[in-house]
Design a protein around this ligand. Structure first.
Ligand SMILES: Cc1cc2nc3c(=O)[nH]c(=O)nc-3n(C[C@H](O)[C@H](O)[C@H](O)COP(=O)(O)OP(=O)(O)OC[C@H]3O[C@@H](n4cnc5c(N)ncnc54)[C@H](O)[C@@H]3O)c2cc1C
Length: 452
């Protein structure tokens, strides 16, 4: 009798471990009381063999690792650069991932991570000299991707510092200015921002800046407003682009944070990149010494050189945001069960995953080639613009599909994917909208400018 009870409890355990729908189907086909009778006559060994068979041989199903780099492009980096990529990945997984949603939710920036990020020695990655490591643009792209793969806000903070702000000094500054700013910005001891966009002028900045500068002896007076300026609420310096009232050309200035004519107010209630601190800057007779005018920025063409370089980085960011979303979705589809099976086992779900992976792989191979062109000095505006347009469009589609696969959980911040969906919207619009970048490519391929 004791034996029989043990066996019945074994059957209960077994039935408990199989799906209830399967039990219901089984009971329609099998005479369960008769089966219990038969089972009660089985030896312990036979019973455990049968349980093993019913459980699929006792071996848990092997799930392939989640990997959004399907063509293994990361492996094409030279060994020492691949190591840096993986160090950044580890930093993002251990230091940023656990806090990303909390800071995003509170719309605060995690200032404490800056010294830890500095230890990675990756700011100003491609610049030569001034304490910068002089690595390839390809590695820089991979780093932007790794950051955005976990938290697009952090990659935006870094892109503003290393690309837009340091890049303005590197490409447009004098030797003295480079020596003063680049080493400390490389170590993230000094933080920078880049002020180009204005409340009334975004896409039309090339010809339409309303912020003005006017020479006044050994200094300049700046007046106007800048909107959306990332990092500017706490940056030590902000590069301000302004139109010279005398020659009508765009000039660049390094404005220090304690300048009395400089006011940076945090933009509140954003629905994307909430961790990034974007500011509305008001310049009121802001006096800047001639020494702080970027000595090699003489027209908007010089501003555009900075944007060409950083636009490639934004395309990589879009890859990272898409890759993070795809990988989250793939992992979730194996964890989440419906109808007694992981949702990953449904054909329609696999179709979505493969569509996402196809887009992601096309994006990755495109930016890989883009960075190679940057490294061989062949990169033109239209090359960077095409990548920005294509990758941000595909990113939007990927995060959309990823959210879909999370069902209702897709709108809960705790599942991360909602943050990716929201953040993708900002990446889609900044550094030139889809329309503006399309017009840049359109002009290059047709020979006709269609901006106005
Ligand atoms: C989160 C975030 C961070 C940012 N960070 C910075 C920063 O650090 N520094 C900085 O300087 N700026 C920053 N920006 C500004 C960003 O670069 C601008 O938002 C972007 O250039 C678009 O300008 P806009 O928002 O004024 O849109 P608008 O120029 O007003 O455009 C509105 C719409 O009109 C379309 N449009 C405009 N002109 C044309 C045309 N000729 N043909 C067809 N369509 C057209 C646009 O494509 C868009 O769809 C940031 C923006 C965001 C959202």
């Amino acid at each position: 009798m004791k034996d029989l009870l043990k066996k019945i409890s074994g059957i209960r355990q077994l039935l408990g471990s199989v799906d209830l729908d399967q039990v219901a189907k089984l009971s329609q086909k099998v005479d369960l009381p008769k089966m219990v009778g038969l089972v009660s006559k089985m030896s312990e060994e036979d019973l455990s063999k049968m349980m093993g068979m019913l459980k699929g041989g006792g071996k848990p199903k092997e799930i392939p690792p989640v990997n959004g780099d399907f063509y293994e492009l990361g492996k094409m980096l030279p060994h020492h650069e691949r190591e840096i990529q993986l160090r950044v990945r580890e930093f993002m997984e251990t230091e940023i991932k656990p806090i990303a949603n909390d800071y995003w939710n509170r719309a605060e920036f995690p200032m404490h991570i800056i010294p830890k990020m500095a230890e990675l020695d990756i700011a100003g990655l491609t610049y030569q000299g001034y304490g910068c490591p002089g690595h390839s643009a390809l590695l820089e792209g991979f780093i932007a991707m790794e950051m955005a793969r976990v938290d697009t806000s952090i990659s935006t903070f870094f892109g503003v510092q290393s690309g837009l702000a340091m890049g303005s000094v590197y490409l447009c500054g004098s030797e003295d200015q480079k020596r003063e700013w680049l080493p400390s910005m490389q170590r993230l001891e000094k933080i920078g921002a880049f002020g180009l966009t204005e409340p009334e002028v975004g896409s039309g900045v090339a010809g339409g800046l309303t912020t003005t500068c006017k020479r006044n002896g050994d200094s300049w007076l700046l007046n106007g407003q800048k909107k959306w300026i990332g990092n500017a609420t706490f940056s030590d310096m902000t590069v301000i682009w302004a139109r010279d009232l005398d020659d009508n050309q765009v000039k660049g200035f390094i404005v220090r944070k304690d300048n009395p004519g400089f006011l940076a107010e945090k933009l509140k209630d954003k629905m994307a990149l909430r961790t990034v601190q974007n500011a509305l800057i008001t310049l009121t007779n802001c006096e800047v010494p001639e020494n702080d005018r970027l000595q090699n920025a003489n027209s908007f063409k010089d501003t555009a050189k900075v944007l060409r370089m950083t636009r490639a980085g934004v395309a990589w960011q879009a890859v990272g945001c898409g890759r993070g979303a795809y990988e989250l979705a793939l992992a979730y589809t194996n964890e989440r069960k419906q109808f007694g099976r992981p949702i990953a086992s449904f054909q329609l779900v696999q179709d979505l995953l493969v569509t996402m992976l196809g887009d992601l792989t096309a994006m990755q191979t495109m930016v890989f080639r883009l960075s190679q062109m940057q490294d061989s000095d062949e990169l033109l505006d239209e090359h960077a613009s095409l990548a920005k347009v294509f990758c941000t469009l595909r990113m939007r589609s990927i995060v959309d599909h990823a959210r879909e696969l999370f069902g209702g959980n897709g709108i809960l911040l705790q599942h991360d994917i909602a943050r990716f969906v929201a953040d993708a919207e900002a990446v889609y619009s900044y550094e030139g909208t889809k329309e503006i970048n399309s017009l840049i490519v359109g002009r290059a391929i047709t020979g006709h400018s269609a901006f106005v």
